[in-house]
Design a binder for this molecule. Structure first.
Ligand SMILES: Cc1cc2nc3c(=O)[nH]c(=O)nc-3n(C[C@H](O)[C@H](O)[C@H](O)COP(=O)(O)O)c2cc1C
Length: 127
């Protein structure tokens, strides 16, 4: 499973590096990159701009076919807007919001997320 992510101030990048799986960082100035394997998108939360850049990536060529779901970093002080972009993307693309965490996530968050990703990877293997 590939982790496709965006990070503005580094928290999501830090999380993804600690998860230690194959990853690709979406570059906001050029989100048009083609992938050929299943992926989960990990995003920070900043309202509009994240949703647009991530949508550009997902809608590029055949990328949508490999999308498995979303995870998100946010800050619970934002209340109803907690992880707002990932919630919007999950609805827009009808794929699950697998996990949310604050800032760069705790070690427990990393452990839990890895388990979730592995169970998705197993369930999507076709025989
Ligand atoms: C200007 C600004 C707006 C933010 N808006 C939200 C928000 O709407 N919802 C939320 O859950 N977190 C919000 N956050 C918190 C960030 O999403 C959070 O710190 C995240 O870990 C940043 O990830 P990054 O360092 O990878 O960019 C905001 C932070 C900043 C600085």
């Amino acid at each position: 499973m590939l982790l496709v992510y965006m990070s503005i101030t580094g928290n999501v990048r830090d999380f993804v590096e600690r998860v230690d799986m194959k990853s690709y960082e979406i570059i906001p100035t050029n989100p048009f990159h083609e992938v050929f394997e299943d992926y989960i998108v990990v995003v920070p939360s900043y309202e509009n701009m994240i949703t647009e850049d991530v949508s550009d990536f997902i809608d590029y060529k055949g990328n949508i076919a490999y999308l498995q779901g979303f995870a998100s970093s946010g800050n619970l002080n934002f209340d109803d807007l907690y992880c707002v972009n990932a919630k919007e993307l999950s609805i827009k693309y009808n794929k699950p919001l697998i996990f949310t965490f604050e800032y760069a996530g705790t070690d427990k968050d990393i452990e839990y997320f890895k388990k979730e990703v592995n169970s998705i990877a197993v369930s999507t293997i076709t025989v």
